[in-house]
Design a protein around this ligand. Structure first.
Ligand code: GLY
Length: 395
């Protein structure tokens, strides 16, 4: 009897293990496939989970290193993460996003005195500006006006533009980049809030100068135009982030389309609307545009079709298209924007649920010439995606 019990004690665990393995092979455990909507919810939760850090704003995510690239508030991208939280609050109504957005936004206030950059609009308007759409806060409005005052110090009357960068001073006397159109929203808003027309006038002058000098005959845009500060003449037309001086850098096209659509909102100047539409036609009709609506990072990269894409360019244009559709009911505008959102709401573009990083979309390209942030999740790709979702919802 004792021998029998000993035998059972020894053998039983093996029998149980064998049966367990058998049932495992016969009926593999199936996790239900996640829908794009539930994937998006997981990505939203990851924005909340990311710990508060007043000196480390999430900018991009290296898939290779599994590492979040964080930047201080002086970086041009700092406003996008708080902006994403404001957007998600508006999309979901979950107050946790609003509270977290307000906390991250407050870390940017000191930038209102930083006169060493033209990126004030990106930093302050994407954070405090989005906050004013959710809460009527006088404090935020004061910060917007103060920031506009600081940004205005970069305006040169002879050129009629705001100076973009301060680096490369030995070769670029006064560089203006197409991206700078995006900072005008802060100036237009500062006039609306304060009644002081100075900001509006500077924005209009900048938009007119850019309109005159940044666009080619085919309505694509140069990235950088360099001016003479004394007589305002154009000295050079070059690129910093595109393939070369004559190429059409996809995000640069996007900034132009969005910038002139937004400038039309504040001015009713038909020349701005026409430029936005003409540049959009160049972008949509380009033979190198992809069927799914996500462009290569530069329309003229000779590596096409092997070149990387830039999701951020697509989301900026999609968001602009919804606004443009409000001014001109060309069905192409809404069709493109809807297509981009549909493409991106898929496993190919949504970051996997198990990645614990505060980002939503893959496949943006930051600075190709510098081999920096290539084909990665980048915070501004998410920002304009969320803005486009909101605009689609509010159409
Ligand atoms: N300078 C802004 C951008 O990289 O698009």
């Amino acid at each position: 009897m004792i021998a029998k019990i000993k035998y059972l004690v020894f053998v039983l665990p093996f029998v149980v293990l064998f049966l367990a393995c058998k049932s495992e092979t016969k009926e593999p455990k199936e996790t239900p496939a996640m829908t794009a909507d539930s994937l998006l919810s997981v990505r939203f939760e990851n924005l909340l989970k990311h710990p508060l850090d007043s000196i480390g704003f999430p900018r991009s995510y290296s898939l290779a290193k599994a590492e979040v690239n964080k930047v201080p508030s002086r970086d041009w991208t700092s406003g996008f993460f708080p902006g994403n939280l404001w957007h998600v609050y508006q999309l979901t109504g979950n107050p946790d996003f609003k509270n977290r957005a307000a906390q991250w936004t407050s870390f940017i206030e000191k930038e209102k005195f930083n006169d060493g950059t033209h990126d004030m609009g990106f930093k302050v308007y994407c954070s405090f500006g989005q906050g004013t759409k959710v809460e009527q806060t006088e404090t935020y409005e004061k910060i917007i006006v103060e920031s506009a005052k600081t940004l205005s110090t970069r305006f040169n009357k002879n050129v009629g533009s705001l100076r973009s960068w301060d680096f490369n001073k030995d070769i670029w006397e006064f560089p203006v980049i197409i991206d700078n159109m995006m900072n005008l929203e802060l100036l237009f808003e500062a006039t609306r809030i304060s009644g002081d027309s100075t900001f509006h006038d500077i924005a209009v002058s900048h938009a007119n100068t850019t309109l005159k000098n940044h666009f080619r005959k085919n309505n694509s845009s140069y990235h950088v135009v360099v001016y003479d500060t004394i007589n305002g003449a154009v000295k050079d037309k070059v690129t910093h982030q595109g393939f070369d001086a004559s190429s059409a850098w996809a995000r640069g096209q996007a900034w132009g389309i969005y910038g002139y659509t937004m400038s039309y909102r504040y001015t009713n100047d038909i020349a701005y609307l026409n430029q936005a539409k003409a540049s959009l036609a160049f972008y949509l009709d380009h033979p190198n545009m992809r069927e799914d609506g996500i462009p290569f990072w530069d329309f003229n990269d000779p590596a096409i079709p092997m070149a990387v894409r830039d999701v951020s360019a697509a989301t900026i244009v999609a968001s602009a298209c919804y606004e443009l559709y409000g001014y001109d009911k060309n069905p192409e505008y809404k069709t493109y924007a809807d297509k981009v959102l549909k493409t991106l709401m898929s496993k190919k573009y949504l970051l996997e649920p198990e990645v614990e990083a505060p980002f939503i979309l893959k496949h943006s390209t930051g600075n190709w010439p510098k081999k920096d942030e290539i084909d990665e999740p980048i915070v501004y790709g998410d920002y304009y995606f969320l803005e486009a979702l909101l605009r689609q919802k509010n159409l």
